[in-house]
Ligand binder design. Structure first.
Ligand SMILES: C[S@@+](CC[C@H](N)C(=O)[O-])C[C@H]1O[C@@H](n2cnc3c(N)ncnc32)[C@H](O)[C@@H]1O
Length: 284
């Protein structure tokens, strides 16, 4: 973990804290695209740790996280709403399990209505849940569907724990996989190969398809960004530009939705410098 991050938050991705900041900011808007009543609490706890008196270095990192949030807010906040809608579409289409890969500090199980019985699994690194769960407990948050946490590294054996938690391979699953963009190409491909083996026909997979160069340009535009080591997404990450073709070879039917059109459908302008789409894949 970067030196500029307090020991108490080591292992909690600063990008996850950044997205919590984005959800808190959106929740405050009158014209909000979604409401996350838990996001501000995560931000408050993280901010206290960063601004703990005596560490100018941690305070500088926090300032950089805020600048990254400014740089990515417009695009990322629309991304949150897109994911919410795609997960709910998948459930409406018959998926009864949702797996949020790299769930971070998102609270889909708590903040969305699930009109059908759903079991939602959150997978992230153990340090993330060590931070997240006490905050949710303190808030008295109650999940609106069955919820299981899976503390695991997605580059290793993350799926072994699923059956014991009630995951069934015969039930169509909605996979939220934005985390692919944070994984090296080989790890991202291995992850999708494994989740495909766990997917019944009718399962859905959603992940953004974005230009690594555009993301890198935005990251570079933020002063002091080298303090936030997990912010960068180098070119050889994720499934890459051939993702739809690669997914089709595994049996997924793919559709790529244009990010700008989706943004406009929510009444928001297309964010500057975003060259992206959203892959929606259905198995079988
Ligand atoms: C951008 S963040 C959070 C995204 C989250 N979906 C949200 O909207 O807040 C990416 C998440 O992926 C997690 N992550 C990154 N690499 C991982 C890995 N190898 N195994 C498990 N989780 C990982 C990070 O811990 C972080 O929570």
């Amino acid at each position: 973990m970067a030196d500029g991050v307090p020991e108490s938050l080591a292992g909690v991705g600063t990008t996850a804290i950044g997205v919590a900041l984005i959800r808190a900011r959106e929740t405050d808007r009158d014209d909000r695209l979604y409401e996350d009543p838990y996001a501000q609490a995560f931000v408050d706890v993280a901010e206290r740790e960063f601004l703990d008196p005596g560490s100018p270095e941690h305070a500088a990192t926090w300032a950089t996280v805020r600048q990254l949030v400014d740089a990515f807010y417009e695009a990322r906040t629309i991304g949150v709403r897109i994911t919410d809608d795609l997960l709910q579409d998948a459930v409406a289409a018959g998926c009864r399990q949702v797996v949020d890969l790299g769930a971070g500090l998102d609270t889909h199980a708590f903040r969305l209505d699930w009109p059908h019985p759903v079991h939602l699994f959150e997978v992230d690194l153990p340090a993330m849940f060590a931070f997240k769960e006490p905050v949710l407990r303190e808030l008295g948050a109650v999940a609106r569907c069955a919820r299981s946490t899976v503390p695991a590294d997605l580059r290793e054996d993350w799926s072994g724990a699923l059956p014991g938690l009630g995951f069934r391979e015969t039930v169509p699953t909605a996979w939220e996989a934005a985390v692919l963009g944070f994984l090296a190409r080989a790890d991202a491909q291995r992850l999708v190969t494994v989740l495909t083996e766990l997917s019944a026909p009718g399962s859905r997979l959603t992940c953004p398809q974005m230009s690594a160069a555009a993301v890198a340009d935005t990251v570079r535009s933020v002063r002091g960004v080298e303090r936030v080591r997990d912010a960068a997404t180098p070119a050889e990450r994720g499934l890459g530009p051939d993702a739809p073709k690669w997914l089709r070879a595994l049996g997924w039917r793919t559709e790529v939705r244009d990010f700008g059109e989706l943004a406009r459908s929510y009444g928001r302008p297309q964010p500057d410098g975003v060259d992206a789409g959203v892959i929606v894949a259905t198995l079988g």
